[in-house]
Every structure is written in structure tokens, then in C-alpha cells.
Design a protein around this ligand. Structure first.
Ligand code: GLU
Length: 471
């Protein structure tokens, strides 16, 4: 049997991290078993579904690298097929028209509440043959009235539902459009899905879906209902807790692998291993090992993972993602050193790509503003001589190489009888505008002679212009 899994989001917003984790689990399971992973857009709610949201979902999936083997399938393209199945259910007596008005249903529920019964549709149109003129009926599924349905869930075990608790659900609205439980069943069967991995907010739908599947003479897929993700206060993860959309993690400077690694560990573990390559995830992940209990989102841990990934990934890979952030800052990475060389210098020290991009701006754009505190301390009248000396030494340098640059900084410090830092800091401020950079010699090598010298000249000019303020 070929394993076929799916991710079936409703396009009513962005791709939520909870949805992304469900997609990841489905993707991993399919990949592990050499199966197929399908993307299905559940867009039948025409009022809430938007094209922007479809794009946001596709963009999120692409950014995460969760490539699908089939799809995206759109439910709105499949109305004819749903109608066919609804007709079949009507014909075989497993569905019926219901003419009850809103008021009737309300009265029914009122009475049930008064009798301390659970409000539910009582099936009064089940055996009704008379058509009510002028009323557009809904179509309801004839749920079995006796016995029970067992959802054999690989995460939760057997969950039993009494049929007497499930009323006859509406499968088509008055305008004939199909409802969620019907479309999911038809698609899951037509798309030959073997495993339905989804959020546990759908657990209560599963017995209803199983009953429809059985009425259609088919076998239910294997179900796995993934527990939800909580915020640090124990409430369901929502905007209130910070970023919940996958793309906002890109915006905040996370690498997709770091987010995937973080998500796979939410509710699943393999010993005490924290870092997993994608291949390891595919090999080690099993849906059966997912925890029953909800797990809490911990941003500090995600940040730590991101730092690990930035530090240990191939510079070219990090550069690929960093270039987007440079673009956000209005920087064209073609106007300076190769981005991967910049990454090599920066990857030890950045927690996020946003931070790395900001700290790498000076490689591509001359500094126009110095940090006030850094300038006050380092670009003083006293540092002019040092800067001029360094300028002369660097201009005379034969090979523009880190080692030689280092030797000249040292020589300059010795000549002035000061520590290396006294020479390095003013240069650092001159080229970066601030006091933080990778080691100066390699930084200058990468920045190049021309940019370095013009930054030092600009700093000397600046000091002269501001000499009066300082005195
Ligand atoms: N479209 C549903 C949702 O976004 C998921 C349906 C399913 O996975 O069965 O919540």
C-alpha cells in the first residue's frame, strides 16, 4: 500500500504555525514511507476564503520547503463531484431533504433544553415524503441511530462515539452547496488518502465522517489527531502570544529549517536529541510517537535553534535567505562582497537573519550616521592621528589581506604606544558606524581597500567638523 497523506487548510488567513506543524507531520510521514503528500485547499466557504490567503498558504509551504506531490486541489473546482455523491446518498436512502425552518429548529432546541436534553436535530424530516412548496430544503445525512463509531486514532487510541449523540448533519445547504464533512469525505476517498493527520479540533468530526464513508461503502483512512499548541500561559496559541504566522518567522529572521526543527519537536521527541536534519526527521519521525498532550510554544528555544542553524549551515545556504533580508533593507547584495563571504564572518554571532542583515549593511553601503555613543567615545580629536597613521599604512599595504592588515594595526598601536583596541575601535566605528563587527582584519579584507580608506577619510572629516562640539 502506498501511503498518501494530505494537508487541507481552509484559506481564511495566513499559514498558522499549528497548521504548519500538521503539514510537517503529514509530509514527514509520507516521505518516510516513500508515499505521496497532497495539498488540498478547502475553499468552499466562499465568504471567508480569499485568494490572498491561498497565496499566503502556498508561500508558507514553499518557504518551509514542504513540497507536495499532488495539488493544490481546490474544493471549489469539485462541486459537480460533491453533487454526484450527495445524489447517490439521496438515492440509496442515506440522505434526505429537510424543510425545517429556522424557527422550527429553534423551537425544537428550546424544548430540548427545557427537558434537559442535549440540543440536536431530532430527525423529524427523515421519513417525510411531502415536499413543502416555496421552501428550499437542506439535505441531511441519515446518521445511524444505534450502536457506536470507534475512531481508531494512532495518537489517542480508540475513541468511541455513540451514534445517539450524533444527529443528522447537513451535507448540502439550501443552495445545494456541500458542507465541510461531506467534501472532506469525498476528497479523502477520491484522493485515496490512507492517513488523515490533522488538528484535534477535528476529532469530533471523525465519527460523522466515518459514518458517511461507510454509507458510501468505503473503508475509513487511518486517523491521527494532533494535539494543539499552547502559548506560554497555557491558552491556545494565538496572535496574543506573538507571531503565529509562518511568514512572520521569515520576517523576523528565522531559517525555515530552524522553524521545522522546532515544530517537529513540539509533541514529538527522539531521546534527548534537539537538532535534526531533514533526513533525520524523515528517518526517525513516526506519527505514532506523537504525544497525546498539548505542547507549549517556547520562543526562546526557537531562537536558540535558529542560532544553531545559522552557525552550522553552509554559508551559501544562509546567504540565500539573508539576501531577502538585505533587500528588505534596500540593499542590493550585488553592490559589495559576495554575500556568502559576509555570512562566514557573521554566522558565529547572529541569532537572527534580521540582526545579521543590519550588522552587514556596511559591507554594501557607506556609513552615513555614527552611533552617538560610539562616536563620542571613539571618534575624538585624539583619534585623528591614529586614523591618519592607519590610513597611510593601509594605503601602502601591498597585499590587501587579513594577516597584513593585522600586522599594520599592531604596528600602528606600537608606534603610538597604545593597545590594539585603541586603534581598532575608531576604525571599527569609521567603517560600521558602531562598535560591533567581526574581527577587524578579516572584516577590512572583505570590505576592500577602497571602501575602507574612504570610510576612514570620512571619519576624519567628521571629527574635524565636530571638533568644536567635542571641545
Ligand atoms: N480545512 C480544515 C481546516 O483548515 C481541515 C480539514 C481536515 O484536515 O480534515 O481546519
Amino acid at each position: 500500500m502506498t501511503i498518501r497523506t494530505r494537508f487541507a487548510p481552509s484559506p481564511t488567513g495566513y499559514l498558522h504555525v499549528g497548521g504548519a506543524r500538521t503539514a510537517l507531520f503529514s509530509w514527514l510521514y509520507a516521505r518516510k514511507h516513500g508515499g505521496q503528500f497532497i495539498l488540498r485547499i478547502e475553499d468552499t466557504d466562499l465568504e471567508r476564503s480569499t485568494a490572498e490567503s491561498v497565496n499566503a498558504i502556498l508561500e508558507g509551504m514553499t518557504w518551509l520547503g514542504l513540497e507536495y506531490d499532488e495539488g493544490p486541489f481546490y474544493q471549489t473546482h469539485r462541486f459537480d463531484r460533491y453533487k454526484e455523491v450527495i445524489d447517490q446518498l439521496l438515492k440509496q436512502g442515506d440522505a434526505y431533504y429537510c424543510y425545517c425552518s429556522k424557527e422550527e429548529l429553534e423551537d425544537m432546541r428550546e424544548l430540548q433544553r427545557a427537558n434537559k436534553e442535549k440540543p440536536r436535530y431530532d430527525g423529524r424530516c427523515r421519513d417525510l415524503s411531502a415536499v413543502r412548496e416555496g421552501v428550499q430544503p437542506v439535505i441531511r445525512f441519515k446518521n445511524p441511530t444505534e450502536g457506536s463509531v470507534v475512531v481508531n486514532d494512532v495518537i489517542r487510541g480508540e475513541v468511541e462515539f455513540k451514534n445517539s449523540e450524533l444527529d443528522d448533519l447537513i451535507i448540502a445547504r439550501p443552495d445545494g452547496s456541500p458542507t465541510y464533512n461531506l467534501t472532506v469525505v469525498v476528497d479523502d476517498l477520491d484522493m485515496e488518502l490512507t492517513h488523515v493527520i490533522r488538528g484535534d479540533d477535528h476529532l469530533n468530526n471523525s465519527p460523522r465522517q466515518i459514518n458517511i464513508i461507510k454509507a458510501l461503502g468505503a473503508e475509513p483512512p487511518v486517523f491521527a489527531h494532533v494535539p494543539m499548541i499552547l502559548g506560554d500561559d497555557g491558552a491556545r496559541l494565538s496572535k496574543r502570544h506573538g507571531a503565529v504566522s509562518v511568514m512572520s518567522y521569515r520576517d523576523e529572521g528565522y531559517l525555515p529549517e530552524a522553524l521545522l526543527n522546532y515544530l517537529v519537536r513540539l509533541g514529538w521527541s527522539h531521546g534527548d536529541q534537539e537538532i535534526f536534519t531533514l533526513d533525520e526527521m524523515i528517518q526517525l519521525f513516526d506519527i505514532e510517537d506523537v504525544n497525546k498532550a498539548a505542547s507549549s510554544f517556547n520562543t526562546d528555544k526557537l531562537l536558540w535553534l535558529n542560532q544553531q542553524y545559522i552557525k552550522n549551515s553552509e554559508p551559501e545556504h544562509v546567504a540565500h535567505h539573508l539576501s531577502w533580508h538585505m533587500g528588505q533593507l534596500g540593499i542590493d547584495p550585488a553592490q559589495g562582497p559576495e554575500l556568502s563571504s559576509v555570512v562566514k564572518l557573521q554566522q558565529e554571532r547572529a541569532k537572527t537573519l534580521v540582526e545579521m542583515a543590519a550588522n552587514s549593511r556596511f559591507f554594501y553601503q557607506a556609513v552615513t550616521d555614527y552611533d552617538e555613543k560610539a562616536a563620542r567615545k571613539n571618534l575624538t580629536v585624539n583619534s585623528v592621528e591614529l586614523l591618519q597613521d592607519m590610513q597611510a599604512r593601509l594605503s601602502a599595504l601591498q597585499e590587501w589581506q587579513a594577516e597584513e592588515i593585522h600586522d599594520h594595526i599592531k604596528a600602528c598601536a606600537e608606534a603610538a604606544e597604545v593597545g590594539m583596541g585603541k586603534v581598532a575601535q575608531p576604525i571599527r566605528v569609521a567603517i560600521t558606524g558602531n562598535t560591533v563587527s567581526p574581527p577587524l582584519d578579516v572584516t577590512l579584507e572583505l570590505l576592500g581597500r577602497e571602501r575602507t580608506l574612504s570610510a576612514v577619510t570620512a571619519a576624519i572629516e567628521w571629527i574635524k567638523d565636530h571638533a568644536e562640539d567635542q571641545s
